[in-house]
Ligand binder design. Structure first.
Ligand SMILES: NC(=O)C1=CN([C@@H]2O[C@H](COP(=O)(O)OP(=O)(O)OC[C@H]3O[C@@H](n4cnc5c(N)ncnc54)[C@H](O)[C@@H]3O)[C@@H](O)[C@H]2O)C=CC1
Ligand SMILES: C[N+](C)(C)CC(=O)CC(=O)[O-]
Length: 477
């Protein structure tokens, strides 16, 4: 059995709480040090938010959660840690003090990451501490990006660990103030401050300008790919020819910053209250998280951007490949995402079909008819499904699907899925599939190894009692 890995989180505010959730929900033990007496409550709320959102990105269960502990001394929290993440406020003197303590107490083998938004590794380590920049994005438990800056060997080790917890490490080629992404954000932020300060637009109007337009493009293609398309058939060269001269026009005030005065703070905070003050921060976090999960799941379908990171992470999660036994085989174990629920407050009927289809795909993989087989031009097509809805299912609940083979010979694959919750059957799906040649789009016998594997399951399940719902027609009782 592999040893559970341990992360120490030093500073458990907005970002430290997000790191704690990311590690914990990926099966790591997490130890927190934060002198704030409210830290445990605040981190608990962030982790609850993460439990509600993160599993919804995946079609398979994440590893069982690790343990979460809180410590009164930094040295106790970092003891035996594989990763220590510093997330104290953005003040260099404070980071120096805390990183020195971490360096003295943490195992020499531990990766020490700093969440700093702007300090360079050379600044963080100037007094002899050991650290790389590992700059995440809020909410850390959902957004994959972590900018890594610093010692090359440590960044390589850090990258492997981050990938294994579903994140996307981006190692900067050079250290600069504010790394890569915060350089970009800061440029946009400065323009936003000018627009409000000059009375050109309100906070709400600026947000609309982003979310109704280019914000939607950025999440999937970034800026260079987006502008390549904006150049028409001639692509980036034409785009540059057309808009290059604009660089010399007064389109930007980036060299200059508005005066940071109490009046500017009142103006922006007042407009922000008018715009969003009717929601609590936790409500806004829930709205943000539900939208992020929905958008990332959409990106997953096309294998784009953050969606590819999720698909790759899911593919790396351990998956059992059971051998035929005289018992239904487990084909799916997953949580119900928020987005699967409807106006009745429970899982919508369409998603019972979706989870049944996932069980079929998983069973196909078990008999050797997975993605590689399909890429070779052979597959199964569903010709009939029958669903029975027997119990309510709510968001966040874990569902386990077991599959019984009713028939598996020649071109025919007849399966019976039981969708269970806490060991009780919540729904059943009977499904009948035919093996097809994807080039002719006609049915044909499966490859011999698939036929043999399917037959082995069919024979192992032959003596199981036939399920009550199998072959049932709709009829009012
Ligand atoms: N808030 C954001 O959007 C982002 C922040 N960051 C970076 O993350 C770091 C933390 O920022 P936030 O979480 O936003 O701040 P925060 O103010 O929400 O949390 C800081 C936490 O550090 C704790 N703390 C203070 N002194 C400490 C000490 N000596 N030892 C241990 N804990 C201590 C505080 O009690 C507090 O809970 C900063 O370096 C920031 O630049 C990075 C990405 C995004
Ligand atoms: C505002 N900020 C500089 C702290 C932002 C970040 O560092 C990253 C983020 O999550 O936007």
């Amino acid at each position: 059995m592999t040893k559970t890995r341990k992360a120490a989180v030093v500073g458990g505010g907005v970002i430290g709480g997000g790191w704690a959730a990311r590690f914990l929900l990926n099966g790591w033990d997490v130890a927190v040090f934060d002198p704030d007496p409210q830290a445990q409550r605040k981190i608990g709320e962030v982790i609850d938010g993460a439990r509600r959102a993160l599993p919804g990105l995946y079609d398979r269960a994440l590893p069982p959660e690790g343990s979460l502990t809180f410590h009164d001394a930094l040295a106790d929290a970092v003891e035996g840690a594989d990763w220590v993440q510093e997330s104290v406020p953005e003040r260099l003197d404070l980071k120096h003090r805390v990183l020195a303590e971490i360096t003295a107490a943490a195992p020499a083998s531990a990766v020490v990451g700093s969440s700093t938004s702007g300090f360079k590794p050379s600044e963080l380590t100037a007094e002899g501490a050991r650290a790389i920049v590992a700059h995440p994005f809020n909410p850390v438990y959902l957004l994959p990006l972590v900018e890594l800056v610093g010692d090359a060997g440590t960044c390589t080790t850090a990258s492997e660990i981050l990938r294994a917890i579903g994140m996307y490490p981006l190692t900067a080629r050079k250290e600069i103030d504010a790394h890569i992404a915060d350089r970009l954000l800061e440029a946009v932020w400065r323009e936003c401050l000018w627009l409000v300060s000059d009375g050109v637009a309100t906070t709400e109007e600026i947000d609309e300008a982003i979310r109704m337009g280019f914000g939607l493009r950025w999440a999937q293609m970034g800026i260079f790919e987006t502008y390549r398309i904006a150049g028409g058939e001639a692509g980036m060269r034409h785009f540059l020819d057309q808009f290059g001269p604009a660089l010399e026009w007064p389109w930007t005030k980036l060299m200059d910053v508005p005066d940071y005065t109490p009046e500017l703070v009142d103006l922006i905070a007042g407009q922000s209250d008018a715009q969003s003050g009717q929601h609590s921060i936790r409500d806004l976090e829930r709205i943000r998280d539900d939208n992020l999960v929905g958008m990332m799941r959409a990106l997953r379908k096309t294998g784009s951007a953050a969606g590819k990171v999720i698909a790759d992470h899911e593919a790396s999660l351990p998956k059992a490949m059971p051998t035929p036994e005289p018992a239904p085989v487990e084909t799916v174990r997953r949580d119900v995402p928020q987005s699967w629920t409807d106006y009745n407050g429970h899982m919508n009927e369409a998603h019972y079909l979706e989870i049944g289809a996932q069980a079929t795909d998983s069973f196909m993989e078990m008999v050797g008819a997975g993605p590689t087989y399909i890429a070779g031009g052979l597959s199964y097509f569903t010709v009939e499904n029958h669903l029975c809805y027997l119990g309510e299912v709510l968001a966040g609940e874990e569902l386990v699907v077991t599959t019984q083979v009713l028939q598996g010979e020649g071109k025919k694959m007849h399966l019976f899925h039981r969708i269970t919750k806490d060991g009780e059957v919540a729904a059943t799906m009977e499904t009948f599939l035919l093996h097809v040649d994807l080039t002719t789009r006609r049915s044909c016998p499966p490859a011999p190894d698939v036929a043999e594997a399917l037959l082995a399951f069919a024979e192992a399940h032959a003596a199981l009692p036939r399920p009550d719902q199998a072959g049932k027609a709709i009829g009012a009782r």
